[in-house]
Design a protein around this ligand. Sequence first.
Ligand code: HEC
Length: 325
Amino acid sequence: MGPRLTTAILCIAAATALSACAGSTTDPAVQQRRAALAPVPLPQASEQKGRDYAGIHNAVAFHPGFVSGSQPEGDEGFQSLAAMGVRTIISVDGAEPEVEKARAYGLRYIHLPIGYNGFDEERRLQLARAAQDSIKDGPVYIHCHHGKHRSAGAAAAIASTLGWQTPEHGVARMKVSGTAPNYTGLYACAVDAAPVAPAALDAVVADFPSRWKPSGYVSGMVEIDEVFEHLKEIQAAGWAAPNHHPDLVPAAEAGRLADLYRLLHTDDVVKRKGAGMAELMQDSNRRAQILEDLLAAGEKDKARLNDQFKLVSASCKDCHSRYRD
Ligand code: HEC
């Protein structure tokens, strides 16, 4: 290796070290910002109702110092978390976390997205390891988008995996968060989360990203197409799981569609094509979100569901005719 290259690598190493310090808990500006906040109490693990704070909704403790809730909104949301003494935020949502905003308040992000149908064993162990390691630094906040379904399911599974509580208690806490009963995959993850041996957690590679790598536009569209096919089958089965595909959860599929639009909305392809496409993407997200809300609430009126699904289908055609090819 020539001296030039060595110097370049050393510079990169120094720059990395510096950026790791900026915004860390030892940065005086961050310490001052945290110290200036009036402390607010954390939610308690015995409370039977979610708490709201500025920029934070539906905060429910699953264990002392381990709280599930909504995505922090604006600076206010991160201020509320810092005022609670939180040090680490775990996001299980698909969207990219606001890592810099969090860092300004001495909050570290760990991003481990999960689906509405639950998560696999690898993800369970990663989530448990992330929570176990970070709670040593102070309270941990885990969020998805609304803080009702996915973050609650993940929080319940984590707490049982770490032996903080029983799976039954985890399920009871999910109900406090308001997890809809039809998210059967999330409930199953909570019920099946047996404690694991310390060696199994030690074996997890604990180098967790603050931003999970997005999967790209075309693969996003392919996934959108797959979810859309599922929804068509669900509609044909009268808005229930189709016989040949009993594992499909109607609300979860609609939620996944809304999520995929939300993720692709910030993709470079959308940015290149301009504001018109970004608006269509947001509108498509809202249409899918309304369908999810109806299904999650157990809407029985099939005509109402069909009408909403017609709007969802129209958004594919509108956008393709304007922006595809
Ligand atoms: C806001 C715009 C927009 C919406 C809404 C949208 N699409 Fe697309 N879709 C695109 C664009 C742009 C491409 C072309 C991507 C490329 O090849 O770069 C595409 C490509 C695709 C592809 C081809 C992917 C491939 O293999 O190249 C499929 C399949 C698809 N869309 C399905 C759907 C379905 C189903 C829906 C509705 C549920 C939908 N899309 C909604 C913009 C959209």
